[in-house]
Design a protein around this ligand. Structure first.
Ligand SMILES: Nc1ncnc2c1ncn2[C@@H]1O[C@H](COP(=O)(O)OP(=O)(O)OP(=O)(O)O)[C@@H](O)[C@H]1O
Ligand SMILES: [Mg+2]
Length: 223
């Protein structure tokens, strides 16, 4: 079993699941971890990103995404990933939106140590997380170990009150909220299809550190 497994998951498309999964996978890989990125979304964006990045002339093809990536948009993912990931330290799953692919998303929820819900600090996105919380409660009942979940505030506007307000609202709804909030930045908005730049990594190092801190009892992965 990997030391740490994380799924990026939300009800709706376009909340930052793929962007978060890809940047986080790079951060664990740069820390020397053996990483498996599972593209569980039938749209295949993470895999497409890695294919495009491998064509970038500035880097050798294998250096663009320095970890394994597999497409596994399957409802049996929770059974398949343990077989595939046996040599890996960290598994990151880019899960599809729950509203259209509930079977796959639930399967990812059954497998991982941590469910991360990327969410913008806006009332509409916060409201739309409620079905995710309900699903997590249902999946908990069929898991062999407790599930942990947290909201990852993403696309936050610098120096706006909305980030602190959103954190307070989400905590009021019973969510854990990761300490590091990801700002809305061009470097992330433009990153699809390219190798991950050095600029912008620090924030994701913060996110990875927060995830590890929450997993201290597991204690198997450190940055
Ligand atoms: N922190 C950020 N700052 C700026 N843009 C961002 C940020 N995070 C994500 N984006 C942009 O938001 C859009 C949606 O992100 P992404 O594709 O990662 O979401 P997704 O949840 O995987 O979507 P889908 O459900 O369609 O797969 C993309 O254009 C991406 O570049
Ligand atoms: Mg996506």
């Amino acid at each position: 079993m990997p030391g740490l497994s994380v799924a990026l998951l939300n009800l709706k498309p376009g909340t930052g699941k793929t962007t978060s999964a890809v940047w986080l996978a790079h951060i664990f890989a740069e820390a020397g971890k053996q990483v498996l990125l599972v593209d569980a979304d039938p749209s295949g964006s993470a895999l497409e990103w890695s294919d495009l990045a491998a064509m970038d002339p500035r880097l050798p093809p294998s250096a663009a995404f320095p970890f394994r990536i597999v497409a596994l948009p399957s409802r049996r993912l929770h059974l398949r990933v343990p077989e595939i990931a046996y040599p890996d330290d960290v598994v990151i799953i880019d899960a599809p939106q729950l509203e259209d692919h509930a079977g796959i998303a639930r399967s990812a929820m059954r497998f991982v140590d941590e469910i991360l819900i990327p969410c913008a600090p806006s009332p509409i996105e916060i409201n739309r997380t409620t079905p995710v919380r309900d699903e997590i409660a249902e999946v908990e009942a069929i898991r062999d170990r407790p599930v942990r979940s947290a909201v990852l505030l993403n696309r936050c506007i610098a120096r706006a009150h909305s980030t602190a307000n959103a954190k307070e609202s989400l905590e009021g709804l019973g969510y854990d909220v990761l300490r590091t909030a990801v700002p809305r930045l061009e470097v992330y908005a433009q990153s699809f299809g390219l190798p991950i730049s050095e600029i912008g990594r620090d924030v994701w190092r913060g996110v990875a550190g927060d995830i590890i801190e929450r997993c201290v009892p597991l204690g198997k992965v450190q940055l």
